[in-house]
Design a protein around this ligand. Sequence first.
Ligand SMILES: NC(=O)c1ccc[n+]([C@@H]2O[C@H](COP(=O)([O-])OP(=O)(O)OC[C@H]3O[C@@H](n4cnc5c(N)ncnc54)[C@H](OP(=O)(O)O)[C@@H]3O)[C@@H](O)[C@H]2O)c1
Length: 295
Amino acid sequence: MSLDDKLILIVGATGFLGRPVVDMLDHFGFPVRLLTRDPAKAEKIFGKHFDIVKGDIADYESLKEAAKDCFGVHINLKGGPRAKDFDRIENRGTVAIVEAAKERGVSRVTYLSGASVAEDRQWFAPTKAKYNAEQVILNSGLDYAIFRATWFMESLPFFVRDSQATVMGKQPNGIHWLAAEDYARIVAKAYLLDQSPNKILITWGPDEYTFKEALEEFCEIAFPDVKVNNVPLGVLKFFATVTFSKQLKEVLPLMKYFEKFGERGDPTLTDELLGEPQITLEKWSKCFKAKSKAD
Ligand SMILES: NC(=O)c1ccc[n+]([C@@H]2O[C@H](COP(=O)([O-])OP(=O)(O)OC[C@H]3O[C@@H](n4cnc5c(N)ncnc54)[C@H](OP(=O)(O)O)[C@@H]3O)[C@@H](O)[C@H]2O)c1
């Protein structure tokens, strides 16, 4: 089968972590179809180069239509903020996508999960939704690759505001920060293989840094005047309440979770099958700086 015949549908293509996968699959030569609830938004992001279809995980017929003639479906969904929304979007969304994919004879499904997803961590709603979504794929009978990806380097700028970089809580755990470009290359390679990986793939970047170390490295290059400080989660919770900051309120449970539970697993298999990530935090930070200057 030539690449031209391997049409890949991306659900969540407009997402922060969907976009690099779209670009990388296109770069490798795969035809790509994007599913979005808002085609105008997708066209603004991607232009007219891609086949953009309107659809929603809550509309089964739209999923079935989108999956027509596809070789693969890549799932990039983000649930929340309430527990029931994690389940509705990531778990039940995946159920619907997998069902539509099966009906359409799709061969391969890939899914972005999370670094700390595990059976014994289902007490945390985001982890539970991802764990359940993984199970849906594992039990689907379809070929698959599930990426338990760690924290992305692209998250770091969100922690820099008004000449201060904030480490939310103590965050003592080491993280193998991953560049979205490396992740996207790994996803594309999973589609290049004739034999699907059919594995849960721990996906880490090349080097380990705590949150504070990563922010210090990033800021030293991209924002040399910015100071990096730890702020206790209790203080941030109070701040979120008095400022009505919805975004901060939503991120705090995740930071509380990661303060205790870090990455889990071993990326050796992923590296062997799909290539080791090459982009270091230093390199990524320099690219970020150059891009910010150009914009
Ligand atoms: N940030 C990290 O460091 C990190 C690390 C590991 C894993 N992850 C995981 O990566 C996943 C993706 O994150 P992200 O930042 O790319 O999320 P995002 O930017 O919020 O994108 C989510 C995507 O989901 C789509 N979507 C939402 N509801 C939908 C619906 N009802 N029907 C169809 N599509 C729907 C949206 O598409 P439209 O709006 O176009 O319809 C959007 O493209 C998350 O689950 C996150 O937990 C993140």
